[in-house]
Design a protein around this ligand. Structure first.
Ligand SMILES: Cc1cc2nc3c(=O)[nH]c(=O)nc-3n(C[C@H](O)[C@H](O)[C@H](O)COP(=O)(O)OP(=O)(O)OC[C@H]3O[C@@H](n4cnc5c(N)ncnc54)[C@H](O)[C@@H]3O)c2cc1C
Length: 413
């Protein structure tokens, strides 16, 4: 049995704690925000979809065509804060470099390899920790309001199918039959069989954490300041002082870059900020997550109401919200669904994103005792469980059945 520290208590960190404890390790999770807090990371406020179909990275060849329009349109779900551009430039340059057809196909293939096994990371956890009540088995529906956007999506649809993602195209009539409260704006839709969603992502994590705590996990509401890998252990210096651990897993989402640098890896991690709104008490207006493709957001029926979540803002890790994106989410959702009312909650979260759209999963350069599991961009809920199995395999020294090469931090050297 090893003494293992996990940095971060989002989907990736707590799933890692679960799988490490399955191997009998003594696990301490550090997070200054505790679990399920509505600040800090991305896990609290996401759209709740288990999106095992989402193998199309944001870095794709269409950005060269679409970027100017996105940056200039008031309807655009992508915004850049111009004052952040000098800090963003190196990330952006690499992002464009990874958007060529061959590099994009490489990223999509490597994402599909993870997504195809994503369910394996959750099945036992959900059953053992009694989390099934948070899950609704209703496949997600992507919607297209314009024929041009649907036509433009044909390439990505074909790539998904070639990578083993099941899809079913539905026409205007079937969209209305599936979700009658949608206003008749949508020409086409795509269903993703096998996907599901959570009715309360933070509730799921809080229940998992409580179950893990009953099994012996320690949760410390402290920030890890430094990591010092040594030959026989790693010193974790948190707000309560230094302590030695046999292994450390860095699962701090968009906040992982500095800690990885201390362990020998300069990774170009930045954040794609995203937002959500909540329309309370109206969740029965839709039966499944519906995503409006052109507007870049989902509307998900959750326990407290319909959560409208999405958009991308490139503006770093500060807390200033973008009023234009919040307005876009409000107006677009009210246009899409009849009878929503007025939103009551506005949340900003930080998706952790590398320029090639792939997470970092693997060992640190400086020490095999430090494991990385961060950078899950738009699909960290979906890949949290599986990433936890990777962390546990690496700590145990088990040879993984997956080729971790595409996800190594060293790819950025
Ligand atoms: C609007 C929006 C919608 C989304 N929708 C979906 C979706 O439908 N499906 C999906 O799969 N994904 C979705 N995502 C993405 C998903 O939420 C993230 O990929 C995922 O939450 C990342 O999980 P994580 O555990 O890596 O990081 P986080 O959830 O960000 O957790 C990292 C934690 O590390 C802690 N931390 C930071 N620094 C330190 C430190 N020094 N010491 C200790 N702790 C530290 C933070 O407090 C934080 O709690 C969405 C994201 C957004 C923003």
């Amino acid at each position: 049995m090893a003494k293992v520290a996990v940095v971060g208590a989002g989907f990736v960190g707590l799933s890692s704690a679960y799988w490490l404890m399955q191997d009998g390790h003594d696990v301490t999770v550090f997070d200054p925000q505790g679990v399920g807090a509505n600040t800090g990371g991305a896990s609290y406020g996401n759209a709740g979809t288990f999106a095992n179909y989402a193998c199309i990275p944001v870095n794709n060849p269409s950005v060269f065509r679409d970027l100017p329009r996105y940056l200039l349109s008031s309807q655009s779900p992508l915004r850049v804060r111009w004052s952040y551009l000098p800090m963003l430039a190196p990330w952006l340059a690499q992002f464009l470099w990874h958007s060529t057809p061959s590099r994009y196909t490489h990223s999509a293939t490597a994402l599909a390899a993870l997504l195809g096994r994503a369910q394996d990371g959750y099945t036992a956890m959900v059953q053992q920790a009694g989390l099934a009540s948070f899950i609704r088995q209703k496949e997600c529906l992507y919607l297209y309001s314009g024929a041009a956007a649907f036509k433009a999506s044909q390439g990505t649809l074909a790539l998904r199918e070639s990578l083993g993602v099941p899809t079913r195209v539905v026409d205007r009539q079937e969209v209305q039959a599936l979700e009658p409260q949608l206003n008749p704006l949508f020409d086409r839709g795509v269903l993703f069989p096998g996907s599901w969603h959570l009715t309360d992502p933070a509730g799921f994590l809080m229940s998992l954490s409580a179950w893990l705590a009953r099994g012996g996990m320690q949760l410390r509401a402290e920030a890890v300041r430094t990591l010092s890998p040594q030959a026989q252990h790693v010193v974790v210096d948190s707000t309560s002082g230094p302590e030695a651990y046999d292994h450390v897993a860095i699962c701090a989402g968009a906040f992982s870059r500095g800690l990885a640098a201390q362990c020998g890896d300069k990774v170009p991690l930045d954040t794609e900020r995203g937002y959500h709104l909540l329309y309370p008490g109206v969740s029965d207006l839709i039966s499944r997550p519906v995503g409006w493709a052109e507007r870049g957001f989902y509307m998900t029926p959750m326990a407290r109401g319909i959560r409208v979540a999405g958009t991308v803002e490139l503006a770093g890790l500060n807390t200033r919200k973008h009023p234009g994106l919040l307005q876009l989410l409000t107006h677009s959702s009210q246009r899409a669904i009849h009878g929503l009312g007025t939103p009551t909650e506005q949340w900003l979260g930080y998706r952790p994103t590398l320029p090639d759209g792939l997470p970092v999963l693997g060992r640190a350069s400086k020490s095999a005792r430090v494991i990385y599991a961060f950078g899950h961009q738009h699909i960290g809920l979906t890949l949290g469980g599986l990433s936890g199995t990777v962390v546990a395999d690496l700590v145990a020294g088990r040879s993984s059945t997956m080729d971790l090469g595409p996800y190594a931090a060293s790819r950025f050297r």
